[in-house]
Design a protein. Structure first.
Length: 344
């Protein structure tokens, strides 16, 4: 043995080569009727960004491209939450961020509390609304309010070192061209060039894509702006997207709600694995946790280790482990001082 055995925490859970999430801004009722059945078919969980002041109502205010859409009620949100979906706050009123006298305490902190009352579970992420103009004012309020991160809008691919306070979201989809009336780059990175064949094994490997759309419908209310299609999908487009994700990576993709990826990442960043020299045919790895953020629900990490054996057992077989090309992989709950004993 020349150097100490490397035990590492996998960048993504299960050492997945690609992580995929998709979010629906506004939490409109088509998420249940149109998107949910497609998600079931591909076994990919969804996420809605809910406007707490609109639950169970039709949006009728002027000055929005989203006029007359229907927002899900608390019962409808809970239907999805009971089936593995998650809900972030997308503000209380979705007021334009350039508006005078905007009440950010209401939009950021109170909207979290209101949604938690509606759902009965913690709301862990905030999703920026309108535009990113006052991002710097919103971030500290979100941090104080107890959010774990913010869903932003940016180039679609996050690497393992992504900023939890500006998670990149962007749209990648096929067949969008038929809907896109404005062939200009929008803040959502909907460009004609961005769509066909955008997802490849090469450009997705090691990355987390947080896909973004709004309504998933075949027809929008007449009152909506034409340009809204730039931000929406049809059921056929959603089917094509999820199908493409599965076609590229099959069961290897970690299809997860964004909260799970953020929690895994925060836990990973707080954890340090320390491994002993192989000794009497064993490697002992101790995990230290430092400065763990409050409010994390997840305690599971995935580990990899080079081992000089043709088989591997973790904690005498108590923890399931795989071995590929001399690298052991296991996923287990951790606490400060957790130990994993690897043996042939
Ligand atoms: Zn919105």
């Amino acid at each position: 043995m020349t150097d100490s055995p490397a035990v590492e925490i996998a960048p993504w859970k299960y050492d997945a080569p690609f992580v995929y999430s998709i979010t629906y801004d506004e939490a409109t009722i088509d998420a249940i009727s149109n998107s949910y059945p497609i998600h079931q078919e591909y076994d990919i969980p969804g996420h809605v960004c809910a406007v707490s002041g609109y639950l169970g109502t039709q949006r009728i205010e002027r000055g929005t491209s989203m006029r007359e859409v229907f927002h899900m009620s608390p019962e409808q949100l809970r239907f999805l939450a009971d089936r593995g979906w998650t809900v972030s706050s997308h503000s209380h009123s979705h007021c334009p961020t350039g508006q005078e006298g905007i009440d950010l305490d209401l939009e950021v902190r109170v909207s979290k509390i209101e949604l938690e009352k509606a759902l009965g579970t913690p709301v862990r992420l905030l999703a920026f609304w309108n535009d990113l103009a006052i991002e710097d004012q919103i971030r500290p309020i979100a941090q104080q309010a107890g959010y774990l991160g913010i869903l932003g809008i940016a180039h679609p691919f996050n690497g393992p070192d992504f900023d939890v306070w500006h998670i990149a979201r962007g749209t990648v989809g096929r067949d969008m061209e038929m809907w896109v009336a404005e062939p200009i780059a929008s803040m959502y990175h909907h460009t004609r060039e961005a769509f066909p064949g955008n997802l490849t094994r090469e450009n997705t490997r090691g990355k987390w894509l947080v896909d973004i759309t709004h309504l998933v419908v075949n027809r929008l209310p007449k009152a909506c702006g034409e340009g809204l299609w730039n931000r929406c999908s049809t059921p056929a487009m959603l089917d094509a997207r999820l199908s493409e994700v599965r076609a590229l990576w099959g069961e290897d993709v970690w299809a997860a709600v964004p909260e799970d990826v953020v929690e895994y990442t925060l836990l990973r960043r707080a954890a340090t694995p320390m491994a002993s020299q192989p000794d009497e045919g064993r490697i002992v790895c101790t995990v230290r946790l430092n400065a763990l953020p409050a409010g994390l629900q997840s305690r599971e990490l995935s580990f990899t280790a080079h081992v000089p054996w043709s088989s591997v057992r973790v904690n005498g077989g108590a923890i399931p482990a795989g071995l590929r090309d001399g690298v052991a992989l296991w996923t287990a709950a951790v606490h400060d001082g957790a130990q994993f004993v690897l043996s042939p």
